[in-house]
Design a protein around this ligand. Structure first.
Ligand code: AMP
Ligand code: MG
Length: 349
């Protein structure tokens, strides 16, 4: 399949160029497009065949539901039913933006889109291209991240090209995305709003508007016997090809230990690299270091995480050692993704 790449400037959207992409959607075909979180792989949410094509292109397990992207808050009434008041409150507070709400699905949404569930995930993105694209397609757009299943989510068009070129007919290249981590998913079908996947909107942010809110007990490390509620959080995800280990503890000890680990790998003829924050990147003397951004500005680390994981793959690095980037807000989401990428391999020093 030939993949058409349509370049669009998010600050000066060419409606004719965008309409070319919308034509694919109207024909039931797929288009990868930028959102403020990551690139999405979109198709008509009400067309079961479009959803099937999304699963096929990504190699995604068909029980892992898609997120339905909308252009106006009022669209939630077409996608969901028995919408709780909390949905309206959260939508007013955080949409357009990096938040996905889970509600009961309406009969218009096919089970192909929801992975067989009676609930549906809905998001109103803020990215200008995403919003215009949904509007001009005159459809609701079902879209998971536009990566091959199991690879880091794409934060720029080149990542999408790497994974899906030849497998989908069209990619909108709208430059690098802003946030770089997937949306916060909030389940509103439980008695308390429950975060199924942490993202740029934190538990504190949610609790500030809903009073009650909690994290899905299934996504913590504390109790591995509790399954995460979001099907997608159960799969090993975001995995680099090399073996990734997170090294935690006192800063100096972490640096010392990582240097030692890299030296050992070099002696045995293996390649290794370090993921470090800007503040300590220079301290890893002879190691190959990937500076992931300043710890002081946690959103920088989120922005660079997936691109860094992909670069490590490109370099064919066999062993990767990463600092830990825990912090109260964005750090929760960053560490959630990093721990999954590491298959929860953590070394405490
Ligand atoms: P992605 O867009 O690739 O980040 O994938 C969408 C995420 O939303 C996956 O982790 C899904 O498991 C999750 N999701 C979508 N719909 C639902 C739903 N109805 N209930 C729970 N999780 C959902
Ligand atoms: Mg994904």
């Amino acid at each position: 399949m030939n993949t058409e790449i349509i370049k669009i400037d998010p600050e000066n959207i060419d409606p004719q160029a965008l309409d070319k992409a919308c034509e694919y959607i109207k024909r039931g075909e797929l288009v990868a497009f930028p959102t403020e979180t990551v690139y999405g792989l979109g198709g008509d949410a009400f067309d079961p065949n479009a959803s099937r094509s999304i699963y096929a292109a990504k190699g995604r397990p068909s029980d892992n539901p898609l997120i339905v992207h909308i252009a106006e808050i009022s669209d939630i009434y077409d996608i969901g039913k028995n919408i709780p008041k909390t949905a309206e409150i959260l939508a007013e507070a955080f949409w357009p933006g990096p938040m996905t709400l889970i509600v009961e699905k309406s009969t218009s949404v096919p089970y192909e889109t929801t992975g067989g569930l009676d609930t549906v995930a809905i998001r109103l993105p803020s990215h200008p291209i995403a919003r215009e694209f949904i509007k001009r397609s005159e459809r609701f757009i079902a879209a998971p991240s536009a990566n091959t299943s199991g690879r880091p989510s794409p934060t720029m068009a080149s990542h999408v090209i790497e994974d899906l070129s030849g497998r989908i007919p069209c990619i909108i290249d709208g430059g690098r995305v802003e946030i770089g981590l997937e949306s916060t998913i909030i389940d509103l079908t439980e008695s308390i709003p429950t975060i199924l996947r942490p993202g740029a909107i934190s538990l504190k942010d949610v609790a500030a508007v809903t009073k009650d809110a909690r994290m899905d007990p299934g996504i913590g490390e504390e109790n591995p016997s509790v399954r995460p509620k979001a099907p997608g959080m159960r799969y090993r995800h975001y995995a680099p090809k090399g073996e990734l280990t997170i090294v935690e503890g006192d800063r100096d000890k972490v640096i010392e230990r990582i240097i030692e680990e890299c030296q050992t790998r070099t002696k045995t003829g293996s390649t290794s690299a370090v993921i470090a924050c800007s503040e300590s990147a220079k301290e890893y003397r002879d190691c190959l270091v990937f500076d992931i951004g300043a710890k002081m500005r946690e959103e920088e680390i989120a922005h660079n995480l997936y691109d860094t994981l992909r670069k490590l793959d490109e370099e064919g690095i066999e062993y990767i050692f990463s600092e830990s980037f825990d912090s109260p807000d964005m750090g929760v989401a960053v560490m959630n993704r990093l721990l999954k990428a590491a298959g929860h391999r953590v070394l405490r020093v």
